[in-house]
Write a protein that binds this ligand. Structure first.
Ligand code: 4AZ
Length: 319
């Protein structure tokens, strides 16, 4: 009898312990859902002057009749915890021209090509729909301290399309704002090929379209880089953008049927997967692509799982 009740106490204690560990926000990649109050009322503003420097808009004119939306839907708020808006203030308004990922309390990872024609003045975290301030998000704006481009990024080549933004003050993490994990150590050895990855962004929902004010998410399949190399090598600008071919420094991801993709304005944004501990881990940074959602042309991402990229991030942002 005594043993029975001891057993019960042990089970109850284990349950309480489980609840405590489940409810505590993880240090990074926190996948616990966000609770938002019910809100009423909507207003819309348009996102102007999306980043126009990618292959999608320079050099090559993509074909007409590109599949729409690139297959996304309004993102789960849990994915908004680490997805950042990168903006330029001009004449009293902010132009959100690229996306990024919160990687720790001071740094945002984004794409180097974002800064070809623009300069960042502000980063917004914890946002979901930037057209309204009454949708229950608790966004915060941060001034930009400095921008560090990857030292080997050499436009117009598409390699090493990475940049780090240092925020003007430290981020205090909460249930709406939490950094994504990086694939440190053995995590980078996991083979993602054929697996599911998720991208988020406020970019265009169709090729040539305008940005979405509501954060979108879409699940994609990670392909081997050779799949992208095969199709992209048929393009006339291949040797200009990828003189050494598309290899392991690039992550190639899309949908086997097409129709799901990153697009203009998503640049710099995160491509993540969920690890066994249910943490979101960053694997790629939105870089470029031919059109949006074309079956033959998956999107191209800087592949963070490359040791030199992780070493550079560690040196700049984690010391
Ligand atoms: C862009 O311009 C862009 N379909 C990003 C990704 C893709 C195309 C364009 C991939 O930011």
């Amino acid at each position: 009898m005594a043993r029975r009740s001891l057993q019960r106490v042990a089970i109850a204690m284990a349950f309480v312990l489980l609840m405590i560990t489940q409810s505590r926000a993880q240090e990074c990649g926190d996948s616990t859902p966000v609770e938002v109050p019910l809100v009423f009322g909507l207003s819309r503003v348009s996102r102007s002057n999306l980043q126009k420097d990618s292959l999608a808009t320079v050099g090559i004119a993509p074909p007409e009749n590109v599949p729409e939306v690139v297959g996304g839907f309004p993102a789960r708020r849990v994915l908004a915890k680490y997805t950042a808006l990168v903006g330029e203030d001009s004449r009293g308004t902010t132009d959100w021209f690229c996306d990024g990922s919160l990687i720790n309390a001071l740094w945002i990872l984004t794409a180097a090509h974002c800064f070809q024609r623009r300069s960042a003045s502000v980063v917004r975290l914890g946002e979901h729909d930037y057209s309204t301030s009454s949708d229950g998000d608790r966004h915060e704006d941060f001034l930009v301290g400095e921008v560090v481009l990857h030292p080997e990024y050499l436009r117009p080549e598409s390699y090493h399309d990475l940049a780090l933004i240092k925020l003007g003050r430290r981020v205090v993490f909460n249930s709406h704002i939490n950094p994504v994990c990086l694939p440190w150590g053995r995590e980078a050895e996991r083979d993602l090929t054929g697996g599911a990855v998720v991208i988020t962004g406020w970019g265009a929902t169709e090729h040539g379209g305008s940005g979405s004010t509501v954060l979108q998410e879409v699940a994609l399949t990670a392909f081997p880089p050779s799949r992208c190399d095969q199709s992209y090598s048929t393009l006339p600008q291949y040797s200009r953008y990828w003189p050494r071919g598309i290899g392991n420094e690039t992550l190639c991801a899309g949908d086997p049927q097409g129709g799901k993709d990153a697009c203009q304005g998503d640049s710099g944004g995160p491509l993540v997967y969920l690890d066994e501990r249910k943490r979101y881990v960053l694997a790629g940074v939105v870089s470029s692509g031919y059109g949006c959602g074309l079956q033959e042309f998956p999107g191209l991402y800087a592949n963070l799982r490359q040791a030199p990229y992780l070493r550079w991030i560690k040196k700049v942002a984690f010391t």
